[in-house]
Design a protein around this ligand. Structure first.
Ligand SMILES: [Fe+2]
Ligand SMILES: [Fe+2]
Length: 279
């Protein structure tokens, strides 16, 4: 027990003392998100934001041509992808692939965990987006997607810190149990601080901070959407956890939106489909 507490404290110290390289948020993706939340996004601004980042645009095309989205004809330009899939869909794809780029590690074990975390983030983003439609909260669609995508960014931060600690000290004993413990205990607060550092709008930072909190703000619809999406991902097993016994229908959050068992069963199918995208 003592060992676990000290490991967590060491990680915290590293972050607080500025002793680590922090993850950065892709600036092109930030521009895309700022455009997506507008009532009438400007297609040229969106296209420019994506195409000025070459690696981002090639990843966008890769995903737009994946089995999840593929049409009869391969799209070869971002513009063509926008014409076929729509501006908002291409915007979301670019956010997904930008976040995928962050979840990588040279350490095989950490890389596997990061991959699972990315799958979880995508599940939560698409799950929260799906819920906005079901709950008739269309105005929150792009916000909930983004908040879902970033809600666990604190876990990524913890893993990156551990990676850097291990580079300095390859013999550092890090078990999976220790990693899970450290992520669970640090990610909400550290994720909040990281997002503030990225100058993210406060509502997204709050989702990162409060998505596990017992006394959360039960008037914050976006937070509640992400909390439900998060629980559903854990129930279905998208990410590091799978707990099929989770009674999501009994949660206060699902009652808040009057979601039925049928809604949740439908959501499970939608979430399972998202795994095609993140294979
Ligand atoms: Fe979390
Ligand atoms: Fe989560």
């Amino acid at each position: 027990m003592q060992k676990q507490v000290s490991f967590i404290e060491v990680i915290k110290q590293h972050i607080e003392e500025g002793d680590v390289v922090l993850p950065v948020f892709n600036s092109a993706a930030m521009k895309v998100q700022q455009e997506l939340v507008k009532k009438e996004p400007d297609m040229r601004v969106l296209e420019n934001a994506i195409t000025t980042d070459q690696s981002l645009s090639s990843l966008v095309l890769q995903m737009a041509n994946s089995s999840f989205y593929r049409g009869l004809v391969e799209v070869l330009t971002v513009k063509a992808a926008i014409v076929r899939l729509g501006m908002r869909e291409v915007g979301r794809i670019s956010l997904l692939v930008a976040s995928k780029n962050q979840f990588r590690s040279g350490d095989k074990r950490l890389n596997w965990i990061m991959r699972k975390l990315w799958q979880h983030s995508v599940g939560c983003a698409l799950g929260a987006k799906w819920l906005t439609k079901r709950c008739k909260l269309d105005e929150l669609e792009s916000h909930a997607f983004f908040a879902g995508l970033l809600h666990d960014v604190g876990k990524l931060l913890v893993l990156m810190v551990v990676e850097q600690m291990r580079k300095k000290d390859p013999k550092l004993p890090v078990t999976d149990a220790l990693l899970l413990e450290a992520m669970a205990s640090l990610h909400a607060q550290q994720g909040y601080s990281l997002m503030k550092l990225w100058n993210m709008p406060e509502p997204y930072c709050i989702v990162a901070r409060d998505h596990h909190k017992d006394d959360y703000d039960n008037t914050n619809d976006m937070l509640i959407l992400v909390r439900i999406a998060n629980m559903m991902c854990n129930k279905v097993g998208i990410g590091l956890r799978k707990d099929a016994t989770l009674m999501v229908s009994a949660l206060e959050e699902t009652h808040h939106f009057n979601l039925t068992e049928i809604d949740l069963a439908e959501m499970e199918i939608v979430l399972e489909d998202t795994t095609i995208l993140t294979r």
